[in-house]
Design a protein around this ligand. Structure first.
Ligand code: SF4
Length: 351
């Protein structure tokens, strides 16, 4: 195995000041208009940063404003019940983020008088807030000079400095943070980091970077930009099959509280009988972390229910309870196919 050569964070050439000016000039003409850039409210910034963890901007856009209209303040989020929080997050995935944000809101109310601190150390004491999110909040809400390394900036930095370490290795991450610290300005860090992120999103893209029009081309050391950043081996995707039951009583549906994955949400009950010989009434495929899951739904008769974890829900009430997206889609498809009366159709049936 070839060993990566020893590399620390080198200086930019011609110079960091000139680099920042070139980037800033480009940003003034090409910046993205993102809703979380129109606010300095630390809570709104925290919401956007948590939503953007492992999630693309395009996926977050439909959720951000909706979330803030449901929970406009930290105090309102702290007062909400967990099912309301999970319902508002439904479809964004990685639900631990929503649960952590909810817990963080309660802690901020208890410990910090409902004011989000501007100290990254204190921010990191909150659930779900790591070094990146803590620094991002202090930069974007308070304009404090702190380094930031996220997916776009990691790619740009790896190319600018021709980083030969995998960016997901401990050594690679350390160097990236050193590089980010080196180029972060003391003045106007909010604008600088927004510009670096936009450069990664619009010019220094993962595939086919537009080096010809890149405003910082003359600082870039990458000889083969498409081959950077280097990443370690990804976990292999595992195929799983999951069978669940559609059990109805009049216009009620039996659901079961999720205990592990999707904790706190409601799903169709797992199929209790062994290997089914009949055909499923619904089949779909979805991804979950590094799993590719085939979901099969079978029609089942009413049976004795487990009252500790199962409940009957009127079909018309499903819109207000949190369901994992694959199960909501399956239920919607099955109810549509069954010709559920329009007057009884909940909003999510697409009526
Ligand atoms: S020159 Fe190309 S690889 Fe280098 S920062 Fe610009 S777009 Fe990225």
């Amino acid at each position: 195995m070839r060993r990566a050569r020893k590399q620390s964070s080198p200086a930019l050439s011609p110079g960091t000041g000139e680099f920042r000016r070139a980037l800033s000039g480009w940003f003034e003409k090409h910046s993205r208009d993102l809703p979380w850039r129109r606010t300095r409210d630390p809570y709104a910034v925290l919401v956007s940063e948590v939503m953007l963890q492992q999630t693309q901007v395009s996926a977050v856009l439909p959720y951000y404003n909706e979330w803030l209209s449901r929970f406009p303040t930290l105090a309102s989020l702290a007062r909400a019940r967990e099912p309301q929080v999970l319902r508002a997050w439904e479809g964004l995935g990685y639900y631990a983020r929503a649960r952590n944000l909810h817990r963080a809101a309660k802690l901020i109310v208890q410990k910090f008088g409902a004011e989000l601190p501007d100290d990254p150390e204190k921010l990191q004491s909150l659930p779900g807030v790591g070094p990146y999110t803590a620094n991002a909040v202090t930069v974007f809400a308070y304009n404090h000079s702190r380094p930031i390394v996220e997916a776009n900036t990691a790619r740009v930095l790896a190319r600018l400095f021709d980083l030969r370490h995998p960016i997901d290795s401990a050594a690679g991450r350390k160097i990236l943070w050193e590089m980010a610290a080196q180029i972060t300005p003391a003045r106007a860090p909010r604008k600088f980091h927004s510009a670096l992120m936009d450069l990664g999103a619009l010019v220094c893209t993962a595939r086919n970077p537009s080096c010809q029009i890149c405003p910082v081309k003359k600082f870039c050391r990458a000889r083969k930009p498409e081959s950077l950043p280097i990443k370690g081996r990804r976990a292999r995707t595992t195929a799983l099959r999951e069978s669940h039951a559609l059990i109805t009583r009049g216009d009620h549906l039996l659901l079961q509280k999720c205990r592990t994955r999707w904790r706190g949400m409601w799903m169709l009950p797992p199929l209790w009988r062994g290997q089914p010989t009949d055909r499923p009434i619904h089949r779909s495929v979805f991804s979950f972390t590094n799993h590719r899951i085939t979901l099969k739904i079978f029609r089942e008769r009413q049976r004795k229910i487990d009252r500790r974890q199962q409940r009957w829900f009127p079909v018309g009430a499903l819109d207000s309870i949190p369901l994992p997206s694959p199960h909501r889609r399956a239920i919607a498809t099955l109810l549509n196919a069954s010709g559920a009366k329009r007057s009884r159709q909940p909003r999510w049936l697409g009526s």
